[in-house]
Design a protein around this ligand. Structure first.
Ligand code: SAM
Length: 336
């Protein structure tokens, strides 16, 4: 590549103008508002309460990158732009909309230098509180996060339910089980199994509604609470699905120790994660670090951390296109 092309390429990779323009357009619902008939900048500005000249600049840039077409003074979304619609099958909108949890979290990447310098989450620096506290304080954000979590598991939850033999565990506690997407899939696939979701209260309320709607009230329940407090004992399996990568090593050990304490002596701890070096993206790893101080981990790293908490690896296998299940049994002696 010659020098001028290389310069253009690196700048195209680093450019913030287009990413921010797309995110602002998604936040203002410009694609939905313009529709197939298109709309003028003045109409869109009036509908969104924005400045018409400023919105025209934004739209003109989006025309230049192929997100909108312009004809007869009206802006119309292209096929590319149509991907930003709320109902587009790829569900990208909540990741772009600044008022949704995903889009809001991405904006904290402006604090990446702080994260790289100190290792601390940029999210806290930008918003003044950690991600979960922020969601707790804002029910709309929480709802958008849970919707995103459901969407990301719509294909994988049934795979995880079917590719792992859950019928060995008559009573499951899904620790940090969110709105119950995974537990519902497991209970639907295994009629002899019952289970409960333990999560922060807005998520458990939504999980309870989900279980009722699915006719699972006789086998499914919810426990509002924190996994940093002692967990109910006596379940056959304690499931941690996409939990550990949200946390730094100290918190991971705290969560695993809590599960071990509740599971011992005969229960099992099942960790479901995307595994580093098995197709996880470097971008997701960096996101976990910037947003939570967490990271993607290898099987060896997870096994070693679990070992420090008195958990021994009993088996592992891929359970969905992107997730691996690691099954841990409590060792006979408590860790010192
Ligand atoms: C990435 S989501 C995964 C949700 C679910 N396990 C799944 O795989 O769809 C992480 C979950 O951890 C929950 N969580 C965060 N902090 C928690 C805490 N201290 N106690 C219980 N749940 C917590 C969040 O509310 C969220 O539902």
């Amino acid at each position: 590549m010659d020098e001028s092309k290389a310069r253009q390429s690196i700048y195209a990779m680093a450019d913030l103008v287009t990413p921010m323009s797309i995110r602002v357009a998604a936040t203002l619902n410009l694609v939905e508002r313009a529709g197939n008939a298109g709309a003028t900048a003045e109409q869109l500005a009036a509908e969104t309460g924005t400045s018409a000249p400023a919105l025209r600049s934004l739209l003109d840039h989006l025309v230049s990158v192929g997100v909108f077409d312009l004809g007869d003074g009206r802006y119309r979304p292209t096929n590319l732009g149509a991907q930003m619609r709320e109902d587009a099958p790829l569900g990208i909108k909540p990741l772009l909309d600044i008022n949704c949890a995903g889009g809001r979290a991405d904006l904290a990447f402006v604090e990446l230098l702080e994260t790289v310098t100190t290792g601390a989450p940029g999210y806290v620096r930008r918003y003044g509180r950690d991600f979960w506290t922020d969601l707790d304080a804002n029910p709309e954000l929480r709802r958008s996060f849970d919707t995103q979590m459901n969407w990301r598991y719509q294909v994988q939850a049934p795979q995880i339910a079917e590719r792992f033999d859950w019928s060995r565990f008559p009573d499951i506690l899904d620790v940090g089980g969110g709105e119950g997407t995974l537990l519902e899939a497991i209970l639907q696939a295994h009629p002899t199994v019952r289970g409960r979701v333990l999560d922060l209260s807005p998520a458990t309320t939504a999980a309870a509604e989900r279980f009722t709607a699915a006719g699972l009230d006789d086998r499914a329940g919810t426990i509002p609470g924190s996994f940093f407090h002692p967990l109910p004992t006596g379940a056959d399996a304690y499931v941690l699905s996409d939990i550990l990568h949200n946390w730094d090593d100290d918190h991971v050990r705290e969560i695993l120790s809590g599960c071990r304490e509740a599971a011992a002596p005969n229960g099992t701890v099942v960790v479901i994660e995307a595994i580093r070096d098995r197709g996880t993206s470097t971008a997701m790893d960096l996101f976990m670090l910037m947003c939570f101080g967490g990271r993607e981990r290898t099987v060896d790293e997870l096994t070693s951390q679990a070992g420090e908490c008195g958990l021994m690896l009993r088996g592992s296998g891929q359970v969905s296109d992107e997730r691996t299940a690691l099954e841990f049994a409590p060792t006979r002696h408590s860790p010192v």
